[in-house]
Design a binder for this molecule. Structure first.
Ligand code: KIV
Length: 266
């Protein structure tokens, strides 16, 4: 299989084929997930919670992200590697440039940044310097203390309108991809159609151009014991992890996942 690039992802959106993404933090799972057909491996700062045992993603450093990105690169068999800029790593444009360089040199093909329209200048600078950016909108876990918890975003019309505007502003600024987390399914679907770049959803319904889940969640593992509404345990009915990864890819591709019960209403 040829390596997945941004061109591949744009092509999938153009032909209406769903994009598959999973978080990944090490070489063994990178090999397993990429060989199962997962197109994008997200080295998410969720590693602060699922690997390091913190109660939020805030303690994660750029050095942590670079270490896990390099691990994923060693096992990857052709997926596109997307790495998170962790909390405060893009507080200024200069920090965003330096920390993105660290992640790209560790093996990322694209970086993901949580924020909103205020990221426009940062995204333009990164894109001009050869760093494709995925902008993460909606429930951005690094802002959990601003939101007062992990809450669905965009339920009120004013918030929904702000998200529509943010998405379009970030596409204009040069974002190569968007990720929408925990937004009402109808709104996520509308935004996906309004922009020309691929939109990946988590807790955002089936109308986005692709889906992502945290690897440990879809394997039925939970440190806290809490399982979010948008999670499906793909180990159920499978004999091994390879089976669960293949079932996830198949379910995203045939749009049987996410089902309506995994999404949120306005
Ligand atoms: O860090 C992460 O794993 C993420 C996903 C929840 C989308 O950003």
């Amino acid at each position: 299989m040829p390596a997945v690039t941004l061109t591949t992802l744009n092509g999938l959106k153009a032909k209406g084929e769903k994009i598959t993404m999973l978080t990944c933090y090490d070489a063994t799972f990178a090999k397993a997930a990429s060989e199962a057909g997962v197109e994008v491996l997200l080295v998410g700062d969720s590693l602060g919670m699922v690997l390091q045992g913190h109660d939020s993603t805030l303690p994660v450093s750029t050095a942590d992200m670079a270490y896990h990105t390099a691990c994923v690169k060693r096992g990857n068999a052709g997926a596109l590697i997307l790495a998170d800029l962790p909390f405060m790593a893009h507080a200024t444009c200069e920090q965003a440039l330096a920390n993105s360089a660290t992640l790209m040199q560790a093996g990322a093909h694209m970086v993901k940044i949580e924020g909103a329209a205020w990221l426009a200048e940062t995204i333009t600078l990164l894109a001009q310097r050869g760093v494709p950016v995925c902008a993460h909108l909606g429930l951005t876990p690094q802002a959990v203390n601003v939101f007062g918890g992990y809450k669905v975003q965009g339920r009120q019309e004013a918030q929904a309108e702000q998200l529509r505007r943010d998405a379009q502003a970030l596409e204009r600024a040069g974002a190569a991809m968007l990720l929408l987390e925990c937004v009402p399914s109808a709104l996520a679907s509308e935004i996906s159609q309004a922009v020309s770049i691929p939109v990946i959803g988590i807790g955002a319904g089936s109308g986005t151009d692709g889906q992502v889940l945290v690897l440990h969640d879809m394997l039925g593992l939970s440190l806290s014991g809490r399982v979010a509404r948008f999670v499906k345990n793909f180990m159920v009915g499978q004999q091994d992890i390879q089976g669960a990864l293949a079932a996830y890819v198949a379910a995203v591709k045939d749009v049987s996942f996410p089902a309506s019960e995994h999404g949120f209403s306005a």
